[in-house]
Design a protein around this ligand. Structure first.
Ligand code: FAD
Length: 506
């Protein structure tokens, strides 16, 4: 069963053609992957213009574009679209409290984004357009087109840095080059932020529009957030699971962060690698969609660490370092944009001869490889649209698009960075000769087999010795009874082949 798509978008398009009486000189905030009110630099900036003498503006309007063609071309997972819509509903409520009308517009063709934006700018008499920068190549290209159209219509545009704590590209090596390796980047990041802790301060809550707009415009713009988008529907079963695991809204997200810092972070350094433990923050979907900013996360961690950043409590420092990985992969996107175009970071690696066995790939997607730990990870991905970081590392070698089209926290920089790390083709990647052995990884990070038992129920009655490699330890008839597949490859042999192929392009 699927949630029925509603036709509210079409209806809205019709309604939005009404002419409206609006004073000139307004601001428009274009929301994308920054669906929050707090610490939203572009939104705050848009709201302050109202009060400056030199650049006068009357009202702030907000807009969100529903752009299925663009989403499809970027492999956006249906569950992520569902997550966006749920968060958009919460955002709309918060904007209402600030008397800011939210326009929701459907864009059929990705190439229409500039004209749709300019149309709305004209209708709303916009003098200033604001947005937070998205760093992926296609998004930058789209924004440049909007920027050019706006400028030629005498609309000022401001694109702001709100996705990272330290602006990508700001930190450079001694030779003035972008960092390619994480550790020196992280050290430089700590030095930079510790030299000016005001970098961690959130941008203030936006100023509200005057109440008078509430009655007139909020009624005119009665845009409903659709409950689903055709082509991105999810089953009611999956909706139930993801809505339970990842509820929407800034308020929920901040309570999740506080709970994590209070109850879990002290054990984070060890617990983060144990697959059956819920030892990480689960904040990735919220960070990927901008429901919370990285700065808000690190600032709260800094306070919990008695105003320390790179020193102090182990768990907190380790966690901040993970957020720095996020910053690292974003600066990689900006400095080496070829990674957005299906290219390995290390360009010579494009000559690697990959194994393109369709049947094996299908079985990997389904979690039927015959390697319990790999299958548990893939079934977790398919079952809840999220996967434990250690499991992502174990299952990954070649399947970036499959991840992106299923993850609720799908995030180009982190996903591409993570995949290239695992495949040894990336910046600061795992050396090609360190190939994870799924059985030993399983014994180390799921020692009791609890994670496998949860996601691969066919194996739940096996003991903690048998469960990691049932094909290797059970006799033929015992194995047959499990109804579980034989391994799709012999890991030892596959390892040798992979090493030879890497050596060829070294
Ligand atoms: P925590 O351990 O609580 O970490 C806090 C935050 O730090 C995370 O929410 C995330 O924003 C950031 N972070 C943590 N680990 C990493 C990392 N290795 N690289 C970059 N940022 C990190 N993360 C995504 O957000 N989206 C993806 O699409 C994604 N794809 C990945 C694919 C592969 C192959 C690998 C190996 C990793 C991928 N990651 C991705 C990184 C990581 O697995 C997730 O961020 C993490 O599992 C999310 O869980 P958490 O929020 O509980 O993390």
């Amino acid at each position: 069963t699927t949630l029925s798509p509603d036709d509210s978008i079409k209806k809205q398009k019709h309604e939005s053609n009404q002419s409206i009486d609006i004073p000139i000189e307004n601001c428009l905030m274009w929301f994308r992957t920054d669906l929050r009110i707090q610490d939203n630099i572009a939104l705050h900036k848009a709201s302050t213009i109202i009060f400056t003498k030199s650049e006068k503006s009357n009202y702030v309007f907000a807009i969100y574009l529903i752009s299925p063609e663009e989403w499809r071309s970027h492999d956006v997972a249906p569950t992520r679209v569902d997550f966006w819509l749920r968060n958009l509903k919460e955002l709309k409520k918060s904007l209402n409290e600030l008397n800011i009308p939210l326009i929701i517009e459907n864009v059929d063709n990705a190439s229409d984004v500039p004209s749709v934006m300019i149309d709305w700018c004209k209708r709303l008499r916009i003098s200033h357009l604001f947005a937070n920068i998205e760093y992926e190549v296609d998004e930058m290209k789209r924004d440049k087109q909007v920027f050019d159209s706006a400028t030629s219509n005498s609309i000022k545009v401001e694109m702001l840095h709100s996705q990272c704590i330290v602006k990508p590209g700001l930190l450079k090596t001694k030779e003035g080059k972008p960092y390619r390796v994480y550790t020196p980047f992280k050290n430089s990041w700590f030095r930079h932020v510790e030299s000016d802790l005001s970098i961690l301060e959130s941008s203030p809550i936006p100023f509200p529009n005057s109440v008078s707009i509430r009655n007139s415009y909020l009624e005119t713009f009665s845009f409903k957030v659709p409950s689903s988008i055709p082509g991105f529907e999810i089953s009611s079963e999956l909706a139930k699971i993801t809505r339970f695991n990842f509820p929407a809204g800034e308020q929920y997200c901040h309570s999740l962060l506080s709970k994590f810092l209070l109850q879990k972070v002290s054990k984070y350094s060890d617990a983060r690698d144990i697959l059956s433990q819920n030892g990480t923050s689960s904040l990735s979907p919220y960070l990927a969609s901008g429901i919370i900013s990285a700065r808000q996360c690190v600032y709260k961690a800094f306070i919990s660490n008695n105003n320390k950043l790179s020193t102090g409590k182990n768990g907190i420092v380790k966690w901040i370092k993970e957020i720095i990985w996020r910053e690292f992969y974003r600066q990689i996107l900006v400095a080496f944009p070829h990674v957005c175009k299906n290219m390995p970071f290390k360009k010579h690696m494009k000559n690697i001869e990959w194994n393109n066995d369709e049947e094996n790939f299908r079985r990997w997607c389904q979690g039927k490889t015959g390697y319990p730990i790999v299958d548990a990870g893939m079934r977790q991905l398919n079952g809840m649209c999220w996967m434990h970081n250690r499991a992502r590392m174990i299952v990954a070698m070649k399947g970036e698009r499959y991840f992106m089209s299923h993850l609720i926290d799908g995030d180009f920089a982190n996903n591409n960075g993570g995949w290239q790390w695992c495949a040894s083709t990336g910046s600061d990647a795992q050396p090609y000769f360190r190939i994870f052995n799924p059985t030993t990884q399983s014994e180390k990070f799921d020692p009791t087999g609890e994670y496998i038992r949860k996601w691969v129920p066919e194996l739940k009655h096996l003991d903690s010795k048998q469960i990691h490699n049932p094909f290797g330890v059970l006799n033929e008839s015992e194995f047959k009874k499990l109804g579980y597949p034989k391994p799709i490859v012999d890991h030892q042999k596959a390892r040798v082949v992979a090493l030879e192929r890497f050596k060829k392009v070294k």
